[in-house]
Design a protein around this ligand. Structure first.
Ligand code: AP5
Length: 207
């Protein structure tokens, strides 16, 4: 199964992808995670994209397309994958169509006010990327990862200014992909405003 997870920032794509990759036994490819890992390791790519991510803008298509093309050519992707955060523009979607056929595009539908709450309360373990939310999914000990005990961090792009910019970028550049994939008959819409376990049940039912 080759899937694309589409939806606004904070819709819960990453949260559900963690469950879906186990269930379908396919890799979860998050372009945001790939960029963040490059930033953490201070690679050339990381240095190039650090400011772009912090501001909430998009990395140039050419860079992102090349990175995804290389990643889905790896052997673990031969039975499928979950693409989370890619494509995000029409040129990226066209490039993906040239790389491979996609079986389903899942659109996570969440009201904007809920998205803002989810993003502003998100916390992350810096080494594992494990996700929390200060209200909806708090850690056992405030501010600490449940398994490693490390201090949780807030992503730089979860600060208010960057959230506003990311939502604008989503509206202008990514939302048009819903129609793009609807015309291709690939869209599965799920109401993702409920708790993660229910969103996951809806995902399985939709697929
Ligand atoms: P990326 O990392 O992809 O960010 P995003 O799309 O903005 O998505 P998020 O990770 O913010 O949200 P999510 O939907 O995964 O929600 P999550 O599960 O974490 O991209 C970051 C940046 O990288 C971009 O801005 C851009 O600069 C660059 N980039 C990436 N891809 C690119 C591309 N293709 N082209 C160009 N640039 C690119 O959940 C959010 C919070 O809500 C968490 O705290 C979670 O615990 C909570 N939560 C989740 N589900 C629920 C629920 N059902 N109920 C209650 N709380 C919930």
């Amino acid at each position: 199964m080759k899937m694309v997870f589409l939806g606004p920032p904070g819709a819960g794509k990453g949260t559900i992808a963690v469950r879906a990759k186990e269930f379908f036994n396919i890799p979860h490819i998050s372009t945001g995670d790939l960029f963040r890992s490059n930033i953490k390791n201070e690679t050339q790519l990381g240095l190039k994209v650090k400011e772009i991510l912090a501001s909430g803008g998009l990395v140039p298509d050419s860079v992102t397309i090349e990175m995804v093309k290389n990643r889905i050519a790896e052997p673990d992707c031969k039975n499928g994958f979950i693409l989370d955060g890619f494509p995000r523009t029409i040129p990226q979607a066209d490039a993906l169509a040239e790389m491979t056929d996609i079986d389903a595009v899942v659109n996570f539908v969440v009201p904007m006010e809920e998205v803002v709450k989810r993003l502003s309360g998100r916390r992350m373990c810096p080494s594992t990327g494990r996700l929390y939310h200060i209200v909806f999914n708090p850690p056992k000990v405030e501010g600490k990862d449940d398994e490693t005990g490390e201090d949780l961090i807030q992503r730089p792009d979860d600060k208010e200014d960057a959230i506003v910019h990311r939502l604008e970028v989503y509206e202008s550049q990514t939302k048009p992909l819903i129609d793009y994939y609807r015309k291709k008959g690939l869209i599965k819409e799920i109401d993702a405003s409920v708790k993660p376990s229910d969103v996951f049940e809806r995902l399985k039912a939709a697929l």
